[in-house]
Design a protein around this ligand. Structure first.
Ligand code: ATP
Length: 199
């Protein structure tokens, strides 16, 4: 599977509809400081379902919408699409090209689309699960992430490795199971108390 194209409109500094084509091999994006290079990786991260505003270098989700500039009014919505060449069938859809789109309005409402058909965020997570592109995958590593890893405490660094190795989801499932077990134990204690009272 290959990332072929990115289309952004109203996302961060992309006030005009912007299309970026990716060829085979490595693509390097160069430009002066503050010209929007990182906004491109933010756009990829966002359209693939990123929910953490911190990971998008923002404080609230609305910050991803073009906020205006000298002589340009702010926009009311942001939209990003990524187009994958799926001719090798990595994504379990019967299409050789898969377009994933995310749109957000200032009201906070979000919309998601797969090949232009409206879907839920969950559908995007499921489509990307086990492709290495999922929400917690380390596919997009931002500058702040590199600093974070270098400055992190050993326990925090361990969490990163666990996330990359796919262990985190099992730890979360274990936590959920332990919580259910604890609830059940409490229920059993209550049942036993009630039984004792009746007897
Ligand atoms: P550097 O090389 O310093 O890391 P960069 O090329 O990666 O910079 P970005 O961080 O991608 O630059 O872009 C920063 C620019 O994006 C800033 O000029 C900022 O004003 C603009 N920007 C970010 N969010 C918005 C927004 N919501 N609306 C308009 N412009 C925005």
């Amino acid at each position: 599977m290959l990332l072929r194209r990115l289309e952004a409109y109203g996302f961060k500094s992309f006030a005009d509809k912007t299309e970026i084509e990716f060829g085979n091999g490595i693509t390097a994006i160069v430009g002066p400081n503050g010209s929007g290079k990182s906004n491109i990786s933010d756009a990829i991260r966002w359209v693939l379902g990123e929910q953490s505003v911190r990971n998008l270098r923002s404080t609230k989700m609305e910050d991803v919408i073009f906020s205006g500039s000298l002589g340009r009014r702010p926009l009311g919505a942001a939209e990003v699409s990524v187009i994958f060449d799926n001719s090798d069938g990595t994504l379990s859809l019967d299409f050789s090209e898969v377009i994933i789109t995310r749109r957000v309005f200032r009201s906070g409402d979000s919309e998601y689309f797969i090949n232009k058909a409206a879907c839920r965020l969950k559908d995007i997570y499921e489509l990307l699960a086990d492709t290495g592109l999922g929400r917690d995958a380390m596919t997009v590593i931002g500058q702040n992430k590199v600093d974070e890893v270098l400055n992190s405490k050993p326990e925090e660094r361990r969490l990163l490795f666990e996330e990359s190795a796919g262990i985190s989801k099992y730890k979360q499932r274990k936590k959920d199971a332990m919580r259910k077990l604890e609830d059940t134990t409490q229920n059993l204690i209550r049942v036993s108390d009630i039984t004792n009272e009746i007897e």
